[in-house]
Design a protein around this ligand. Sequence first.
Ligand code: C2O
Ligand code: CU
Ligand code: CU
Length: 504
Amino acid sequence: MLNRRRMLRNSALSLAALALRPDRVLSQMNMANMEPSGSSPWLTMFVDPLRIPPVLKPALRGKAQHYYITLRPGLAKLHRDLPPTPIWGFDGLYPGPTIKATRGQPVVVRFESQLQGTHGNPDPNALMYPAVHLHGAHVAPQDDGHPGESVTNLNFRDYNYPNNQRAATLLYHDHTHGQTGLHVYHGLAGLYLIDDPEEDQLGLPKDDYDIPLLIQDRLFNKDGSFAYALDNNTRENGMLGDRILVNGVVQPHFKVARRKYRFRIVNASNARVYYLQLSNGAPFVQIGTGGALLPKPVSKTLVELAPFQRADVVIDFSPYAEGTQLILRNCSECLWCPNCSGPTTFVMRFDVGGSAADDSKIPNGLSDWQNLPTTAQTVTRQFILTRKTTPTGTMWMINGQTYEMNNAPLARVKHGDVEKWKFVNQTGHQHPVHIHLIQFQVVDINGVPQDPSQHGWKDVLVAPPNGHMTVVARFKGYTGKYLFHCHNLEHEDLGMMADFEIIP
Ligand code: C2O
Ligand code: CU
Ligand code: CU
């Protein structure tokens, strides 16, 4: 009886959610997420429990915490019914181990390559020398994973991360010139969380109740291996899979207690944009982006996440009876539309268990906020995103150029300046634009002015199909060359990337 009443209430809730759905999403959807070519073997959903990537211990503590990570092949069991998948992982793991850093305390990571030069290298014993980038971090140019700053042929490189930025949910990932898509797809990505002792005082859910959900889509061969192909379809749309994994498990279930949880939802997919909802239409309380906490919590029934965007949310399971199952869904349409049935619709399932003490809270003020100051004199730059057809297939461009390491930077920014960057998308595809070094504020999307405090600090924003968006940032902290690019990894590898330079 109780369950029946709950079900009725839940369906009423989802109708309400339907009415609240932002229309913006639908208009951006037309060209997004074409289905992949080929299909994975059948895999039953929700059979494996969620795993949490292990937190790495420093190899050496001191003024800086030193970590040592090898890039090496490994085998990962990703679903009950799949043979182990050969991966390339940080420490041989998929996803990589999590690094936990503290604001203001420097970290040095030695990345050592034990990966064979698998592609294009005729010598089977040659190693490959990847570049590693800490996505969302404020670091010096030589530590930023620029393709010119890769692991050297000594096989290792020390990257310095000062962590002089707000508490954040970052990712370290491969950034090898022209092969980022291939490398990340095979597993070279992991979490890097910056913690801030001041923000610990806020009382947000923590420890066992602060859970990362790193979401990726993959296409599998029957033998369990990843099927990666840079064919016409993927050159166009990016590499899309037909199975969703969370923390390296295909569509897991996760047993939760009846209390509040903080979830750091991270889209680490090559190309897929997610439109996340709870199956009963209940809202998420978003408390942060990847770059920082929001000034105030924002309640939303739909969380849109482009590649390498992050959303920090709280879900309260205390209203649900033990035994309730809630599904985290991915669908841009209404909750029960016919499109909501493919395997990429289902991300994971929460299984509500017993009660647990909960003294956590979501304060109304989370972090301080100021809009970046702009005037009529503020430098505004425009970048045009286009595609072209070449004899080898589709290529992607910024201001008429595909990326080459010796291209002149497309912008020279004076150190300390606030600038507005407008991205004009002249293609029918979504392009999630990422700028290295800085966190930006959102000015407008398709000319519609945005309240930047609602969006928070971001480092990826989608330039909508045949539309445009503008962001504003202060370029400060270091001088030198940094990248900006489309974070659809195939678009990035196929040219949609450029350097900018910060000059004294
Ligand atoms: Cu997460 Cu240049 O990338
Ligand atoms: Cu980055
Ligand atoms: Cu793109």
